[in-house]
Design a protein around this ligand. Sequence first.
Ligand SMILES: [Zn+2]
Length: 478
Amino acid sequence: MPEYEAAIGMEVHAELLTGSKMFCGCRNAFGGEPNTRCCPVCTGMPGSLPVMNRRAVEHVIRAALALNCRVSPDARFDRKNYFYPDLPKGFQISQYERPIGIEGWLGIDTEAGPKRVRIRRVHLEEDTGKLLHLATGESAVDFNRSGVPLMEIVTEFPPDMRTAEEARAYLTKLRAVLTYIGVSDGKMEEGSLRCEPNLSVRPVGSAGLGTKTEIKNLNSFRAVYRGIEYETARQIGVLRSGGAVAQETRGWDDARGQTFTQRSKEVEQEYRYFPEPDLVPLQIDEEWVDRIRRAMPELPDAARARFVEQYELPPHAADALTQTRATADFFEEAALTSGDPRAAANWMIGDLARLLNASGTEITDSRVSPRHLADMLALMAEGVISGKMAKGIFEEMFATGVSARALADRAGPQVSDTAAIAAWLEEAIAAEPRVWQELCGGDTRKQGYFVGQVMKASRGKANPAEVNRVLRARMEGA
Ligand SMILES: [Zn+2]
């Protein structure tokens, strides 16, 4: 039986961080009361004329440069014609033949080493409205999102990615780049970053490509990874059993962990693209591009290298802390305020990441601030709280936003009192005399047991260094 491999391409849509929409002055923001941020232009009423948002164009040029693309000097807007209720004017303003950025690449790290994922195009278009399916069975449409500047980044064909792991690395890196250069907030759960992988499988070593499917409705990195894993296995299963993969768009059911047929794509949709007559072609001269290039901020790869160098972080930690601009900024502030970059990094990668993940919160919405973390590290360094107390305090800070010092005062200080620790130790010995004998007989693994018992008796407040000292003294005396 042949071994199969996947060929994975990706289309990523990113809503751009601008004050106003693409072709009108309506405010660009997420959510809000439906249909409170729209006007005749962004809903395409007859007689309305689009006015181009220069900042959105600059964002796309910035992204194109960060993704190693060439910038077209004569990019142009086209009308993409189709009828759908979220698009009242019957066409979307997009870019077809002459996108802003072409022929770029993004470097990712894979198990086999660094790899370049080629990018075919980066273009600018407008977002559509959003359909809402009501409990009454009716559908409604919210045009707040209509006309929001949207950037599309399409990987090269034939595709360069082979595994779900590579696809995740690409998406992670892309999000890092886009948030670093300030063009996107990278929030998948709010739909400001949307990803559609397409995937086909073929026998390893064969030159052609199999029939591909597209996966939609993925709204987390985890869903992208699982969706690709599932779809790869499904297509291999179809081929192994002698079947043929159907060319179709598939949805992702996160609860069931499965893709499902959404619509078949036997015929390519005919969009009847033609140049947008209400907008002049973009003249992007060298000087404009140079100005943007010179003002380009530090990119994630450079930030990662700097974190290793400047803060002496291990590469994997620097990698984790440069996945978004907000994470990196949080770290730098906590590192500089606390003077202990290593500890700040460890808490962020460990407890903070875990709590953010579990609660589905972005770091920008975290109640724990860099200052909070730095204060807590100071309390630990001063010996006011133990590592174990810090864990509890950190969780409370995360839940409430109350400062570490206030929480430490409430919890009471760490116990370094030798007499109290010795008393707890005696209780533990009395409860398990046999274990104590084993320890004294040379079974050092039992030491952890007694330290644990004392920590428990002190409700986590005993100073672990002091506990170990008392324990050793008692063993020598025993
Ligand atoms: Zn508008």
